[in-house]
Design a protein around this ligand. Structure first.
Ligand SMILES: *[C@@H]1O[C@H](CO)[C@@H](O)[C@H](O)[C@H]1NC(C)=O
Length: 156
C-alpha cells in the first residue's frame, strides 16, 4: 500500500519535472530567437556584409565654447590647413590604407596625433574627433568619447 503511493508520487513528480524542463527549454528557445531578431544584430550583419568599399570618414568637430580662438587643423601633411571655429566641424574622406597623421594648433598650443591608425581602429571606418579646451576626444559612434590627448604648449 505504502509502496504504491510512493510509486504514483514518483510518477507525478517525474511528469512535473518533465513539464518544467520542457517549459525551460521552450523559454530558452524563444529567448534566443528574440535575441536574433534584435535590430542591432541585423544592423551589424548588414554593415559587415555590405561595406566592402574602403572609404574612411573622419569627422573633426570643434566643440569649444564660443569665445575661443579657431583651431587650425593640418591633415596628413597637407600644406593648407583648415580653420575650425568653435561649433564648426570638418569631415575628411580618405581611403583606409595606412595611417593618417594630423596636427592641430590652437591659442599657442598644439596636438599631433594619428587621425586614423588601422591597428587601433578595429575595422571602424567612421572615426569621430571632438576638439575641446582640454584636448582631443575620440569616438566610433559620435556618442561615447574617450580622451586621447591634451594640448601641449609650443611642443609639436
Ligand atoms: C555628431 O554629433 C553632433 C552633436 O550631436 C552633431 O552636431 C554632428 O553633426 C555629428 N557629426 C556627424 C558627422 O554626424
Amino acid at each position: 500500500m505504502c509502496r504504491s503511493i510512493y510509486a504514483s508520487l514518483m510518477v507525478v513528480l517525474t511528469m512535473c519535472l518533465m513539464n518544467v524542463l520542457s517549459f525551460v527549454s521552450a523559454d530558452f528557445e524563444s529567448l534566443s530567437t528574440s535575441t536574433n531578431s534584435l535590430p542591432c544584430t541585423h544592423f551589424e550583419e548588414a554593415e559587415s556584409s555590405h561595406i566592402d568599399i574602403n572609404i574612411l570618414a573622419l569627422s573633426f568637430h570643434n566643440v569649444m565654447a564660443r569665445n575661443n580662438k579657431d583651431v587650425n587643423l593640418y591633415y596628413n601633411n597637407q600644406k593648407d590647413g583648415v580653420y575650425l571655429e568653435p561649433g564648426q566641424s570638418f569631415v575628411k574622406l580618405d581611403n583606409v590604407n595606412g595611417r593618417k597623421s594630423a596636427v592641430m594648433y590652437w591659442n599657442g598650443n598644439c596636438i599631433s596625433f594619428f587621425a586614423y591608425d588601422p591597428s587601433a581602429e578595429g575595422g571602424h571606418q567612421k572615426i569621430f574627433w571632438n576638439i575641446k579646451e582640454d584636448g582631443l576626444y575620440h569616438s566610433w559612434d559620435n556618442n561615447s568619447w574617450q580622451k586621447k590627448k591634451s594640448w601641449t604648449f609650443n611642443h609639436c
